[in-house]
Design a protein. Structure first.
Length: 319
């Protein structure tokens, strides 16, 4: 395998984000004035690829992104914005007749956010794309999956990864309206829900470590090999097999939480691919998520290797 062959592959959505910053989030039927707005690279697939690639530049890991964009100006913007991150875009395809996906985001003064996504070309992905990308999936050590593309495509990619021995990290976001199929959960080495996703999937809101432990066990019973329950400012609980533990939150000055979950998953993928122990993997991922909240934007908020190593104390990571 070439040194530049992606060892981490993100299979998912690519959007252009339009982000408005307001003092507070609007209530239903209400209009609020924003202090300003900006556009940037987004989509959970692109965010996770960009974050993993930025980290990978510090430890010698190549990262790829598979997905679809339109032939419009937003599609050209997405390619341009991916370039500085060093993401391999071999499997990023243009789709005539479908606009590039967009996300409309509002962020308030407390760094909370609301997001509305119009999937566009992301929803044109199908199982034929997965077949075309089979060699990339086989070559990868870790596959990052999310739920902003058709569920059938996510399932096909997960099954291809499982057959190849590639580890699967499933981010169940945006939160599914219905239960995830057991067939998909059984392909996941790790499922990584946040608080609201945990409640939707299990009926348990992870207010405490004990709540998160119950939810993680339930996710395992539903089919996932491992579960990492992200509890926001309360920390992270993880469990795989019988190994479990809790990572306390890192104290940072948060200004924007949009990228936290995506950067967490990227960090988890990098640490797993490097062969760290489970507790160090989750600690590294939690550090990535925490640092992402200290910067504005989605992909642009991704932290750098040295910053994460310094925050987490995992300075002697293998390369």
């Amino acid at each position: 395998m070439s040194a530049t062959t992606p060892r981490i592959l993100s299979y998912g959505s690519i959007n252009i984000d339009v982000t408005a910053r307001a003092h507070r989030l609007p209530r239903p039927g209400e209009t609020v004035h924003a202090d300003g707005y900006e556009t940037g690279l987004g989509g959970k697939g692109a965010n996770q690829a960009a974050a993993a690639s930025r980290l990978g530049q510090g430890c010698g890991l190549a990262v790829g992104l598979a997905g679809r964009i339109g032939t419009d100006s937003f599609g050209a913007d997405a390619r341009r914005l991916l370039t500085p991150f060093g993401v391999d875009t071999t499997a990023l395809r243009e789709t005539p007749g479908h606009p590039t996906g967009i996300a409309l985001i509002t962020v308030d003064a407390a760094a909370e956010n609301t997001i509305t996504v119009a999937g566009g070309a992301n929803m044109a992905l199908d199982e034929k794309d997965v077949a075309r990308d089979a060699s990339l999936i086989r070559a990868a050590s870790t596959l990052l999956l999310q739920l902003e593309i058709p569920l059938a495509v996510t399932l096909a990619a997960a099954e291809a990864a499982r057959e190849a021995g590639t580890s699967v990290i499933l981010d169940p976001a945006p939160a599914p309206a219905e239960a995830l199929p057991e067939r998909l959960l059984r392909q996941a080495d790790f499922i990584t829900p946040n608080e609201s996703e945990t409640r939707l999937l299990t009926g348990i809101y992870p207010e405490t470590e004990a709540d998160a432990a119950r939810a993680a066990r339930q996710l395992q019973a539903m089919g996932a090999a491992g579960a990492v329950v992200k509890m926001g400012a309360r920390g992270v609980f993880y469990r795989r097999g019988e190994e479990e533990g809790f990572v306390a939150p890192f104290r940072v000055e948060a200004i924007d939480s949009v990228a936290a979950g995506d950067c967490f998953n990227a960090g988890l993928a990098v640490a797993l691919t490097l062969g760290l122990g489970l507790s160090d993997c989750v600690r590294f991922a939690a550090g990535c998520g925490a640092l992402a909240t200290t910067r504005r934007g989605a992909a642009s908020a991704a932290p750098f290797w040295n910053d994460v190593a310094g925050l987490t104390g995992l300075a002697s990571l293998p390369a």
